[in-house]
Design a protein around this ligand. Structure first.
Ligand code: MLT
Ligand code: ZN
Length: 469
């Protein structure tokens, strides 16, 4: 039996490889997903650079050991969990911002750079990196690219894929490959960047990224429209979408989400709030006042109880801090929090919210809904304080999740708007995608990783036809 930990230690140095028995290895068996199990790896390799990443992939291929890439471990679907054991390959130490070039309007970064640090470095150069996952203070850009992460600003600016111009990746076996470009446009060859972004580390490990930056908006204004209930808030979002007004953010939080966060946040939500719509606009400071007034009037017409405009930067920060606290507060208050991430076509948001209410009423499972409703992307949290170790309890919660997926597909939606499939939603993927489509994706995966050692057990469920090949 080979000892991959010792083999890696010989190549990388013992300080870079954590072995079983070392307490520091324990976190590498978990992430932010709701899965009850821990998946302890045999070892974790904490790489400093692309060459070390390639070395780990070469040795794992040579010795037929599964290897699971990992960024900051903030993923919500188990994409970074070593479900088949073996090696966790962590890029968390690869934190160099290699360039911020204001003329080319790009940054070149290593995958372990924390997304918020990239945004700050861009801002210091007068530029703007828009994607803002709620975890931006601790998630990393490599993980964002691997999962094609979104965030509130995706409503106006799009998701991570739109900002990745070029990549360097290390492939299973140790080859290093550059794809994409540094230019604002380019259509040479196939778009392999799009092939690596969003494939959750199953095709290769990202070792460097060329990121597109935008001019920094000169100003922003934030408002909170308060509604009596979530149906009213949903109807307002639909009306705003039809109105031609174009905020940069259009978020929703229902009563349960607000109530969980209100005592932890500096921002004071009105006691009566049955649901809120968080709206932000950005651009020329001279226009902001007029625009926010128009949006406020549109919310009033849709029956808002109140529209509160953040009066200064501190209040805006408080409001955003409260928004980002929703998920952690829900987690802290429950023994089970299954955070689904469904996304429906924009015309079906109100209907989806109605169906979520019905699922909760029918199953008796508490639900909190928040998120990027302007994109139709709802974080539907199924909550329980029963024993998470009881299989009947989990089965009950997962039956509600299954029902949510059925309703989503019925409305022509998708199972995940931004968190990915990973391991937690993998078995549900056939609800959305045909067996033919899944089989093409399996073929694509095998092209990069014929032995299926790179992040095995993720995204695409195993096919029936495989064994006979
Ligand atoms: C968010 O929007 O807060 C994140 O996607 C995290 C979550 O959904 O729990
Ligand atoms: Zn989100």
């Amino acid at each position: 039996m080979i000892d991959i930990g010792e083999i890696l230690r010989r190549e990388l140095g013992s300080e870079r490889v954590l072995l079983r028995g070392d307490d520091r290895l324990e976190p590498y068996g978990r992430d932010e997903s709701p899965l009850p199990q821990v998946f302890p790896p045999d070892c974790a390799a904490l790489c400093d650079d692309a060459e070390q990443v390639a070395t780990v992939l070469r040795l794992c291929a040579e010795h037929r050991v599964p290897v699971t890439p990992r960024g900051a471990g903030s993923g919500m679907c188990g994409g970074a969990l070593p479900v088949r054991g073996g090696v966790v390959l962590s890029t968390e130490k690869m934190q160099r911002i290699l360039e911020v070039d204001a003329d080319d309007m790009v940054a070149v970064v290593e995958p372990g750079v924390v997304t918020g640090n990239l945004a700050e470095a861009a801002s210091a150069a007068g530029l703007f990196y828009p994607p803002d996952p709620a975890s931006l203070e601790y998630c990393s850009i490599g993980g964002n690219a691997a999962t094609n992460a979104g965030g509130p600003r995706a409503f106006k600016y799009g998701v991570t894929r739109e900002y990745i111009l070029g990549l360097e990746v290390a492939l299973m076996g140790g080859e290093r490959l550059r794809c994409g470009r540094r230019t604002a446009k380019g259509v040479t060859g196939y778009d392999l960047v799009a092939g690596f972004v969003g494939t959750e580390g199953t095709f290769g490990v990202i070792t460097e990224l060329v990121v597109k930056l935008l001019p920094k908006p000169q100003g922003a204004a934030t408002a909170l429209a308060v509604f009596a209930d979530v149906a009213g808030a949903g109807a307002c979002i639909s009306a705003l979408l039809r109105s031609g007004l174009r905020p940069s953010v259009l978020e929703l939080a229902d009563r349960a989400s607000i109530d969980h966060v209100r005592h932890k946040s500096r921002y004071r939500f009105p006691a009566s709030a049955g649901a809120v719509v968080l709206i932000e606009i950005d651009g020329d400071p001279e226009d902001l006042q007029t625009q926010i007034e128009r949006i406020g009037m549109a919310c009033d017409e849709q029956g808002a109880v109140d529209v509160l405009v953040a009066s200064d930067a501190a209040e805006r920060r408080g409001l955003w801090e409260a928004r980002r606290l929703i998920s952690p507060c829900l987690k802290e208050a429950h023994t089970i929090k299954v955070n689904e991430d469904v996304c429906v076509p924009r015309g079906r948001i109100v209907e989806m919210l109605r169906r979520v209410d019905r699922i909760s009423a029918d199953t008796g499972i508490d639900v909190a809904v928040f998120g990027h409703a302007g994109d139709g992307n709802l974080h539907v949290n199924l909550l329980s304080n029963d024993d998470p170790g009881d299989p009947a309890v989990r089965a009950h919660v997962m039956a509600a999740a299954h029902r949510l997926f059925v309703e989503t597909i019925e409305l022509r939606g998708t199972l995940s708007g931004e968190h990915g499939i990973g391991t937690s939603k993998r078995d549900f993927l056939p609800m959305e995608q045909s067996e033919a489509l899944l089989e093409w994706q399996r073929k694509w995966k095998r092209m990069w990783d014929p032995l299926e050692l790179l992040n095995p057990g993720k995204v695409i469920p195993d096919g029936v036809s495989r064994c006979s090949e």
